[in-house]
Design a protein around this ligand. Structure first.
Ligand code: 0O2
Length: 211
């Protein structure tokens, strides 16, 4: 197994901090020219050793193939206001020349059995290390605020029940996932109205702390 996890994680940590700056930079560019940003906010994490070991076991990943078969050691999450924004972010990522898209999983049109919705992109990202360039895989999850709300709650319940939800809770989660999707649909339909209001709101210098 990996001998020195601290050393192993270094390029992944470097990749997520660079990616986070780049994604936040995109938001700044949009807001800087007074346009709606398809990116609302960005978070990141590097998988923990325990979570890597659990996935190695569950997916029967061999040690030699860890860096190619485990695509989400480095993870970035991009939250958007509207479903259409997700696809705009996907296009922005596809068009960049500082990273390469290697895989896409559309769990929005093909939601997971759990009710989970999100767009996943796996990127190959080159990190400049002191001993040369290293390509690492980074998983980007792009979702609306409503999809994120549902996934965050379901993830913590999953932690409690280890995926074995009581049937009543399961049914409620499914209904909640549909309600979140309905909320996204409704918001998309009044998008223009919302954006006009936001333009007025930010234009008046309110909510200055948001960057
Ligand atoms: P964490 O804490 O985010 O690291 P697998 O990892 O085997 O389930 P796969 O094919 O490797 O699946 O990757 P997939 O399905 O593209 O993405 C896995 C990640 O997506 C998960 O990471 C979650 O972040 C998210 N995800 C996928 N399905 C669900 C779901 O049903 N509910 C929630 N809340 N999140 C989901 P981890 O490793 O589970 O967690």
């Amino acid at each position: 197994m990996v001998e020195d996890w601290k050393y192993f994680f270094r390029p992944y940590e470097q990749a997520v901090s660079e990616m986070k700056i780049k994604m936040r930079g995109l938001r700044k560019q949009f807001t800087g020219i007074g346009q709606h940003s398809p990116i609302e906010f960005v978070t990141s994490r590097v998988k923990t050793v325990d979570s890597i070991l659990e996935k190695i076991e569950r997916r029967q990943i061999s040690e030699e193939r860890l860096e190619t078969d485990m695509q989400d050691i480095a993870g970035i999450r991009i939250m958007c206001q509207f479903v259409d924004d997700i696809y705009q972010v996907v296009d922005l990522l596809r068009s960049r020349n500082d990273m390469t898209v290697v895989e896409e999983r559309d769990y929005i049109t093909n939601k997971k059995a759990s009710g989970y919705r999100s767009y996943h992109i796996v990127l190959k990202y080159p990190v400049q290390m002191i001993n040369g360039e290293k390509n690492v895989l980074v998983e980007i999850q792009i979702r609306t605020l409503a999809m994120n709300f549902w996934a965050t709650i379901e993830h913590s319940l999953n932690y409690k029940y280890q995926g074995e939800f009581p049937s009543q809770l399961n049914a409620r989660l499914e209904r909640a996932a549909e309600a979140a999707f309905k909320l996204d649909t409704e918001m998309s339909e009044i998008r223009e109205e919302i954006q006009e209001a936001q333009h007025l709101f930010y234009g008046k210098g309110l909510n200055k702390n948001q960057s």
